[in-house]
Design a protein around this ligand. Sequence first.
Ligand SMILES: [Zn+2]
Length: 160
Amino acid sequence: MNRIELSGKSQGKGRNGYFQLHSVELMNIPTDPDGQVLNIDFYPRRRVNCVGPARLLLNVEDAKKLAQFLGEAVESRPSVANIEHGVLVCECGHRGTPRLEESGYQVSHALVEIVGDTIIASGWDGSSRAVSEEGDAYWLMCDGCGKLHPLPPELHIDWR
Ligand SMILES: [Zn+2]
């Protein structure tokens, strides 16, 4: 049995809704009739029984793929936008006013300018229910290379 403790800040989805992931246990089942599999149980803080509310049954190939996928996703996390004097300074060398993008749906926003800690933008401000899809996150796109950067936490959007 292998077990790791988690920070408790990630969320899992259990039978009764979301819970904070507190630990993961992994059991190797080499004798499973479907071939070599791993039982992976995700546990919340209060462990009520021996079965976690979220479970994965992975074969070895899928476990390797998943490990690589997670590793690459963590490695390639985009860097937060570096804003200097109202322009995006990108790793590609380009400096300029970025475009404001929102992942998750197809509404275009227009970034007017960045003043101090404020992005002044026009476009859909989220108040209309006419758009069915929910956007996930805002990004600043470099006009030079097209790379998406997450907004720095101190920046907020002022819709005009
Ligand atoms: Zn760039």
